[in-house]
Design a protein around this ligand. Sequence first.
Ligand SMILES: NC(=O)c1ccc[n+]([C@@H]2O[C@H](COP(=O)([O-])OP(=O)(O)OC[C@H]3O[C@@H](n4cnc5c(N)ncnc54)[C@H](OP(=O)(O)O)[C@@H]3O)[C@@H](O)[C@H]2O)c1
Length: 253
Amino acid sequence: MFSAEFWTMGLCWTASLLASYWQLFPIGIAGRCDVYPRSETPRNFRTRLVCIVTGTTSGLGAAAAFALSKEGFCVVLVGLSSELLSKAMEDIREQNKDAHLKGFVVDLSSFRSILEFKSSLEKWLMDSDMHSSIQLLINNEGILATSARPTAEGYDQMMGTNYLGAFFLTKLLLPLLKTSPVGSRIVNVTSFTHRAVFGAQINEDIVTGKCFFRSKEYPCARIYQYSKCKLEFPPSMFSRLSLNWRPLSHAVL
Ligand SMILES: NC(=O)c1ccc[n+]([C@@H]2O[C@H](COP(=O)([O-])OP(=O)(O)OC[C@H]3O[C@@H](n4cnc5c(N)ncnc54)[C@H](OP(=O)(O)O)[C@@H]3O)[C@@H](O)[C@H]2O)c1
């Protein structure tokens, strides 16, 4: 019970949370907050604004999808399970019958699935007479795994889902965000726990999660913290990852 992981979560995460509150405190006092002008569709834009929210079958993602549908966005819901996605869309429509929704089943821990999503999304945008761009991408999906599992491509599941998947999706959708005739935005849902990571040397072993497998016990707290960091992704690694669809010969587990 009192393992290193236990103390990491108990002490470091409490300190990280307090540091986050400390940072937000002056903003709360001053009442200063950047507001994204999102509720009105600009006049020169004749179709709906499109936003993509990942991890929409529960929690923050489901709440964000509902709120954005109320703002008039066409919301693209991304989830792992088709049943849960249908249920999430039903729930939104119950409270907002005018909601414009589209669901896609995507496993964000799989590069192949993300690539397929990009093609399906582009086809849907074309078929549905929408502008071929998106205005908002919210990378919200996330897991806190307590045991080791590899992704389809052989990376650590938590790094694969929380970090590599979000990064890869963003990279693929960047052209659609850039061609938006109105301002577009990317929101990454991270966690206060990333504050517990100090002076990380960024390398392939960290971003793929391989370096964490040297210890006997699965260091779930440490991996979660890293997966929520704004780690700089080495550009050379992106081309290697995206072109190599075969399971890696040096699988993590
Ligand atoms: N809740 C908190 O206290 C807290 C604190 C700090 C940060 N966060 C971050 O906030 C985000 C949302 O948290 P939450 O509490 O709302 O979590 P949640 O309720 O567990 O929702 C996570 C969502 O991500 C989806 N997901 C998981 N793996 C996926 C994959 N491989 N491909 C596609 N979707 C996947 C889940 O789908 P399934 O349900 O089908 O698995 C679920 O819809 C996460 O990134 C989390 O790390 C949360």
